[in-house]
Write a protein that binds this ligand. Sequence first.
Ligand SMILES: [Ca+2]
Length: 466
Amino acid sequence: MSKTENSAPNIVLIVTDQQRWDTLGCLGYNHVITPHIDRLAARGVAFSRAFVQGAVCGPSRNSIVSGQYVHTHGIDRNEAWLTPDQPNWIEQLRDGGYHTVNIGKMHTAPIRLPCGFRHRTVVENKNYRQGHHGPDPDDYDLYLMQFGLRRPALTYYRDVPNWPDYLGAAVWPHDEELFIDNCVGRWSVEAIRDHDFDKPLFLWSGFAGPHDPFDAPASALARYEGVEIPDPMGIPNELDTKPPLQRQAMEGMDGRLAPAAIWWSRATPERIRRMRRHYYANITAIDDWVGAMVAAIDERGELDNTVFVFTSDHGDCLGDHHQVYKFSSHYDSVARVPLVFAGPGVERLGVRDPLVELIDLGPTFLEMAGLGPLAGAAGLSLGPLLRGEEAVLHETAFSEYGPRIMARTEAWKLVFYPGEPYGELYHLEEDPDELYNLYDDPAHAGTRGAMVERMMDWYGKTRMQR
Ligand SMILES: [Ca+2]
């Protein structure tokens, strides 16, 4: 009998960076190789409509940790973090008896903020430059220094000949053991092996991929030889009908020699397929470590008492709608992420499609631990959905970036730009790929007004509580 049997479950939360939802085999996307995540989904639940509350790292992660929407907690940019008086369910788990550990990316500012963890091994972005989010080297910098190396993602644009033609897709140039996600994975497994399980474990394992640069290891790329890569969604002249920021964001990067600049003028169908193949290969490299973490928990005799959760902080257009990255839009490519649960308290239900939000994670974990609720949170426990009930937690999913607000029901999506003459409205039942903008279509003015009213109602009910 394991030491923690009949007590609070261990929770292993695996969070990747910039992984869009349509990247798991278990959701029907068989061109992505994810056998270990699929195995978790097969004995638990894979949510097919999970949404992030912020379209970029910092706001999204602050929403996960506080259980609040971005305009409620107020952290609307990357180099900022919650203050100690704001809700934080990691602290609640710690105070409730959990050994709380973070291995890998959290994106706190400053980078070594404890954030409720008893131990952190801090790993920032692939292209983290000391001084950018904090003055310090992170633990991955310190590790690479032992080998006389620094993050290669800082200099691909100088080191790789004809770099703009690669659209950010490099091959990892050093020993594969040094690849950032192989370090996060290996150190996460070590954290599981090192824990004595006298206390339940909460592990947040934060991978840096598949965020750009798309620098997958050669061994992971080899697994995609012969795999057909789907082309991006898009129609000719699409950006003429979309908010101007979407075109401006791509034009703004073109011609710049810098770590994160992709020159879209260099995109060809073959180069886009290569970029996507590298992105998927990074996901497969992470999937290997998901399997290794499950095996490590099993070796400790804790498999029946451990909840595994796999998700990401936002997606990437990855060529959809003639663009990359996440800053310029709230398409599902950006706002919709994988969310898989397996373990005690999770029925074997497979794919479920109700709308859920990542602010629901904290309330779910606190309920599982018998430590709830999370004061001030707008998120709701996913417990009823994980047990197989037909509950509707959210009729609308909301997400923000700066002043931009997305309101998405099952049938419609509004993307609202306060003070601007333009916006987006998509009829998702007829146009699931969000190609045809109906915002200015008189035939849908009533729906537009109803969606704006729905958004304003939510905005008023969830305004900042400080
Ligand atoms: Ca991110």
